[in-house]
Design a protein around this ligand. Structure first.
Ligand code: 5GP
Ligand code: MG
Length: 176
């Protein structure tokens, strides 16, 4: 697999995002809402760079429809979550692709009446956006391609890798 973003690049990008959040939320407590499973490493590294008062929670979503294309429907599959009313919420994603998942989630979260709602993603994959979503903080940008590592999986594997790699066509099937 082809290396795309090294552990060093990820660290640097995470620090830049944290610095922006520290600046923008100075004096205001933030509530970070990580989208599982993919964001677990990014969120863990991000919070350790934050100086603002923060709380952490997670949401887990399930997309229905199967196949490789996003179905456009998402549902929360974790039963309990902290209330968002009156809080400064930052949704933390590892990657935004079509934007479908995030758009649906934001709609749902907004209905709970947070004081503010922002989006933070480690990787903004810009070339396949289908739904316009506000990305307030982005660490790294990618035009297209399927990536794995640092939280990102292929069939639940590779999430533990400390760097991000591009999976090519030939990586999807075992070598003959
Ligand atoms: P979207 O709804 O924006 O199309 O993407 C939803 C989810 O698809 C992302 O949060 C992520 O879990 C997954 N995804 C999108 N692009 C990639 C990718 O390049 N690699 C991996 N492993 N997952 C991806
Ligand atoms: Mg995700």
């Amino acid at each position: 697999m082809k290396p795309l973003f090294s552990a060093d690049q990820i660290r640097h990008a995470t620090r830049a995002v944290a610095a922006a959040i520290n600046r923008d939320y100075a004096g205001r407590p933030v509530h970070l809402l990580g989208v599982l499973k993919g964001s677990f490493l990014f969120l863990a590294d991000l919070v350790r760079e934050l100086q603002v008062d923060c709380t952490v929670d997670f949401v887990r979503l399930s997309s229905y429809g199967g196949g490789t294309a996003t179905s456009g429907q998402v549902a929360e599959v974790m039963p309990r979550r902290d209330a968002l009313a009156g809080r400064h919420v930052i949704v933390v994603e590892e990657i935004v692709d079509s934007g479908t998942t995030l758009a649906r989630l934001l709609e749902e979260l907004r209905a709970e009446g947070p004081a503010s709602l922002a989006v933070c993603t480690l990787i903004d994959k810009t070339g396949r956006r289908e739904v316009e979503v506000p990305v307030d903080y982005r660490g790294l940008t990618l035009e297209d391609g399927f990536v794995i590592g640092y939280g990102l999986d292929f069939e639940e594997r590779y999430r533990h890798l400390p760097a991000v790699y591009v999976m090519e066509e030939s990586d999807f099937t075992p070598a003959p």
